[in-house]
Write a protein that binds this ligand. Structure first.
Ligand code: ADP
Ligand code: ZN
Length: 603
């Protein structure tokens, strides 16, 4: 019988476990429940796939999306592991086949949608075949406080309780907020689980925020040096998706669109074309999300500010899953704030919430939005800001984000800050950003007239400031906690304890402004992850593509980019050397090893 190290090597082609993996595997093998909270790309799948291969009987994997199940099943089959998926996308006859196979012990892993759990034919199956383990993927779907609540996840616990013998339970998610974590434990009924949280840092991701006056022009300039790369552009609305995608196609970029307004057929066609590298750019709303398991996404651009840090990091995290250097760029504009506020005030989330809960939910969302706005204006290390949000300590300098790689000049804005804060005080903290700005600039509007704001001593004291610059400065002050936005639904500009220090104790306020001379990022950033021989790398990629096309699978399930790069570095010339390359297991060696060796030998 193989042990976990042999399985890691023989099936998956890796020699060492990543942080957290071994601990979870050992725990599950020891029949204790486990909860793995690990960021996208950390390697959660192996945490239950390896125990599934070591435990007797079949492991049930509960997964929310068909595409996600299919990807994992294809990848497992490629690695020589018998696995199948049971979902509504199969014909009844195929479903019967899968279950009959499972009953005969044909599969080590059976993927199933939560909606199937209580189907009579499935119940009959589980009453006969003892399950050794149940693994719940995307476990945050059980929580109403997460991003992707699915009512059907609430049945999982009932299902477990109904089994003649309770199998060991593993649950996995990339969502880290304490509230969601508590929900997962309670609602799935995890018993005294080992909780493993691995670092949320993704060192290979570069972070940047821009506030371009012309977003599309900024996007084009960003893309111009990335013609051959694959990436996702997230838009806030369907309309924006249509617009951006059409313009990109007009500019001869290989781009497809995805949003909830398209029919299923086009959505899955576009998704597949993107997964298979036939189309390079996916322009999408956040409906394109969970279940995207593409390892060579080189950039994620947010064409508008997302509504909270959780969504942002989850979406941005779809870049660079194979460990390659990747870019996460966010375009911010004041209008994004308004759009998001609209989404929040409109959100009712019918799913069993009463009036009071809706209010609490919106209030929470407003707070999260403010935190997101703050991220867009901070001049601190962006990575440190993100990790800090997730409760993780991080050094103040990461060396791979806009703040860390650009030179800034310091500007003393104490006087301006005092003007703004005293205006807020005189307006009795009762008004929002727009009215504050109008008052400071001396621009009359309805509210100004109704409340007689023109008679304040601060009326028009910043009349020489353009609106946009002033708004930016106010947000920067908020990012430093020198003022705040209320979370009662009115987004009033309010004072903080630090405001008082500026107003009354002579606290100095210094702003960092990006200096004119930018350090060229491509030089400044680490370049470790480019292939040692780009020509050879392209040849290997071409071979991979032809194999993937022939087998109608996504390219990365044949080998990931990281594995191809390792081949370029190590130049294996024998089967043994090939097996030593990270990501080459026995099954893949047998299937593809020779073809790749031939290219590597220059044949
Ligand atoms: P997650 O589900 O956490 O987002 P995956 O399970 O899809 O992440 O793994 C992401 C990538 O990392 C996959 O390409 C996987 O093969 C790779 N990977 C997982 N574990 C290891 C390991 N121990 N060593 C090297 N690569 C690994
Ligand atoms: Zn940084």
């Amino acid at each position: 019988m193989e042990n976990k190290y042999q399985i890691l090597e023989n099936y998956f082609g890796y020699t060492t476990f990543r942080t957290g993996q071994e601990e979870i595997i050992d725990t599950l093998l020891g029949k204790r429940d486990a909860l793995g909270i690990m960021p996208t790309g950390a390697g959660k799948s192996l945490c239950f796939q390896i125990p599934a291969l070591l435990l007797p009987g079949v492991t049930l994997v509960i997964s929310p999306l068909i595409s996600l199940m299919n990807d994992q099943v294809i990848a497992l089959n490629q690695s020589g592991v018998a696995a199948a998926a049971l979902h509504s996308g199969l014909s009844p006859a195929d479903q019967q086949d899968v279950l009959a196979g499972a009953a005969r012990g044909k599969y080590r892993l059976l993927y199933v949608a939560p909606e199937r759990l209580f189907a009579p034919y499935f119940q009959k199956f589980v009453s006969r075949a003892p399950l050794s383990m149940v693994s719940v993927d995307e476990a945050h779907c059980v929580s109403q406080w997460g991003q992707d609540f699915r009512p059907s996840y609430l049945q999982i616990r009932q299902f477990l309780d109904s089994l003649p013998r309770r199998p060991v339970l593993g649950a996995f998610t990339a969502t880290a907020t304490p509230r969601v974590r508590e929900d997962i434990i309670a609602l799935l009924g995890l018993k005294d689980p080992l909780i493993v949280t691995t670092g949320f840092d993704r060192p290979n991701l570069y972070f940047e925020v821009q506030a371009p006056s012309d977003k599309y022009a900024a996007l084009r300039s960003f893309l111009s040096s990335r013609r051959e790369k694959s990436g996702i552009i997230y838009c806030l609305t369907r309309k924006q998706v249509e617009e951006v995608c059409a313009r990109l196609c007009g500019d001869r970029y290989s781009a497809v669109r995805y949003h909830a307004g398209l029919d299923d057929e086009e959505r899955s066609r576009n998704q597949e074309a993107f997964q298979r590298d036939e189309e390079k750019i996916m322009v999408a709303t956040t409906a394109f999300g969970m279940g995207i398991d593409k390892s060579n996404v080189a950039f994620v651009v947010h064409y508008g500010m997302p509504r909270n840090m959780e969504s942002y990091y989850q979406e941005a995290g779809r870049a660079g899953r194979d460990g390659s250097a990747a870019d996460c760029l966010l375009f911010y504009s004041g209008r994004d704030v308004v759009t998001n506020q609209f989404f929040i005030e409109k959100s009712r989330d019918g799913e069993g919430r009463d009036g009071e809960e809706v209010q609490a939910f919106r209030q929470m969302e407003r707070g999260k939005l403010n935190r997101m706005i703050r991220y867009c204006h901070t001049r601190r290390c962006l990575r440190a800001d993100i990790l800090g949000y997730f409760g993780e300590k991080a050094p103040p300098y990461c060396g791979n984000c806009f703040s860390c790689l650009h030179e800034f000049s310091l500007q003393d804005v104490t006087i301006e800050a005092q003007k703004i804060l005293s205006c807020v005080a005189r307006m009795k903290q009762r008004f929002g950003m727009k009215v504050l700005i109008n008052t400071l600039r001396g621009v009359p509007d309805k509210t100004v007239a109704a409340f007689g704001l023109a008679s304040l001593s601060t009326w028009g004291i910043m009349g020489d400031w353009p609106e946009k610059k002033l708004r930016e400065l106010i947000h920067c002050l908020a990012a430093e906690d020198l003022l705040a936005l209320s979370e009662d639904g009115y987004s009033r500009v309010i004072l903080t304890p630090l405001s008082r220090e500026v107003l009354f104790s002579g606290k100095k306020v210094v702003m960092k402004r990006p200096a004119k001379a930018f350090v060229p990022r491509e030089e400044a950033r680490r370049t470790a992850k480019t292939p040692s021989d780009p020509v050879l790398f392209e040849k290997l990629r071409a071979l991979r593509k032809s194999i993937a096309d022939e087998q109608v699978v996504p390219a990365f399930v044949v080998f990931t980019d990281a594995t191809l790069r390792a081949m370029c570095d190590q130049l294996p010339s024998t089967e043994e050397e090939m097996l030593a390359v990270s990501g080459v297991g026995k099954a893949k060696m047998e299937k593809y090893g020779r073809a790749f060796l031939k290219v590597l030998r220059g044949g």
